[in-house]
Design a protein around this ligand. Structure first.
Ligand code: 3PG
Length: 421
């Protein structure tokens, strides 16, 4: 696949597809983690004289975090100490004029790409190529750099649509992500421990099933809603309040699937032995071995308990490889962030090669200054897709683009070394 240093960019127009989709509170972005992650690629392009057109999505239509990229431009300008112009257009005449007006070393950011209907569909490359987005912008662009690892599981025009039309190059972040995840997935060292939490339960079940079946994992530690589902599948009663929540989120009907995984791999799937709930305004822990489980009828589970943390910590300490995705509980609430924080901390303290992701939950890693994790992935769903053994459309697009352009570019750019994929 093409890497950034395979080409020279001076005076060239580069479309940089980043994933700056970030958590939002009361209309404001509350974490700049994804901005910082993509910064080295932007700096490299600007220093090499490229005219950089940045595109990102933010949220999903009708969601609370769906908004313009005006604030993204402001945050990027601050981090780069140089103006990043916010262009309130995607591929219309105004956007095209602003792109044509860029000078080497200048950059702009297009409007939230999901404001265009074409961008919210999942279509194969051939269809993405026919969209107005790609047709209008392709004539203005020399190279596409894709650094949006967190969206690599999406087949959408801005992510894959240029692959057969322009050389599509991996940004530094993309390269680091793919290298780290590939290393963890293919590792022979044992024990290999996967920690699956959060609310993307069906994605996590796909990962669990794949890594156990393919013998990529030796143990799976569960938390968050994933942990609750497996606890139920083991036959524990989690009470009315929790069953209702799992029902409302459409998770309860995944219990058969979880049971099926347990039928085959029971000893390898560990579930919490205690949980924390909100009781009289404070954190209250209930052990599954105690007789206080009626608490679960009224109180939803908000975190794993401290006995679970201790058990998981001991396993993580002896692991050689750790892959973790998603929080252990409602980490946004200070009193219930302990499980997530302690597990991430234990991963950082372990000598294992570790990869941790989970979209927005990685913000808590930065908030608590946790160190020692080998690779903090920007990917949530993309990381899960990768470990579920699925082919990620963006990685496919890199391969297609490489095959299409490698010979032509060897002739045109004799000084640029080409690495084999
Ligand atoms: C993410 O945060 O997982 C990526 O930005 C992808 O977002 P999406 O799930 O809305 O496609």
């Amino acid at each position: 696949m093409f890497k950034l240093n395979n080409f020279s960019y001076h005076g060239k127009t580069v479309f940089l597809r980043a994933d700056l989709n970030s958590p939002v509170k009361e209309g404001r972005i509350i974490s700049d983690a994804r901005f910082r992650a993509v910064l080295p690629t932007i700096v490299y392009l600007l220093e090499h004289g490229a005219k950089v057109v940045i595109g990102t999505h933010q949220g999903k239509p009708y969601g609370g975090d769906y908004m313009t990229t005006e604030e993204h431009a402001r945050i990027l300008s601050g981090l780069l100490s140089q103006e990043v112009e916010y262009v309130e257009d995607i591929f219309g005449r105004y956007a095209r004029e602003r792109i044509k007006g860029l000078k080497p070393g200048e950059t702009l950011i297009l409007e939230n790409l999901r404001f265009a209907a074409e961008e919210v569909m999942y279509k194969p490359i051939e269809d993405c190529e026919k969209t107005f987005f790609v047709r209008k912008l392709a004539p203005l662009i020399d190279y596409v750099v894709n650094d949006a690892f967190a969206a690599a599981h999406r087949s959408q025009p801005s992510l894959v649509g240029f692959a057969r039309l322009k050389p599509m190059v991996m940004g530094f972040l993309m390269e680091r992500e793919v290298e780290a995840l590939t290393r963890a997935y293919g590792a022979e060292e044992r024990p290999r421990v996967y920690v699956l939490g959060g609310a993307k339960v069906d994605d996590s079940l796909r990962v669990a099933e794949n890594v156990l079946r393919e013998e990529k994992a030796d143990l799976i530690l569960t938390g968050g809603l994933v942990g609750q589902l497996f606890t139920l599948a083991k036959g524990f009663d989690l009470g009315g309040a929790n069953i209702d929540l799992l029902e409302r989120r459409g998770i309860i009907n995944l219990v058969d699937w979880a049971e099926h995984i347990l039928d085959r791999f029971y000893p390898q799937v560990r579930t919490p032995v205690d949980f924390a709930v909100d009781y009289k305004g404070g954190r209250f822990e209930v052990d599954l071995l105690e007789d206080r489980k009626e608490v679960f009828d009224e109180r939803p589970i908000l975190d794993i308990g401290s006995r679970t943390v201790e058990k998981y910590r001991a396993i993580l300490r002896d692991a050689s490889i750790i892959v973790a995705n998603g929080p252990m509980g409602v980490f946004e609430m200070e009193e219930f962030s302990a499980g997530t924080f302690e597990i991430f901390k234990a991963i950082g303290e372990s000598p294992a090669f570790s990869v941790v992701g989970g979209g927005h939950s990685i913000a808590s890693i930065y908030r608590h200054n946790i160190t020692g994790i080998s690779h903090v992935s920007t990917g949530g769903g993309a990381m899960l897709s990768f470990f579920a053994g699925e082919r990620l459309p963006v990685l496919e697009a890199f391969r297609i683009s490489y095959e299409r352009f490698k010979d032509k570019l060897k002739r045109e750019e004799p000084r640029a070394p080409l690495n084999n994929p």
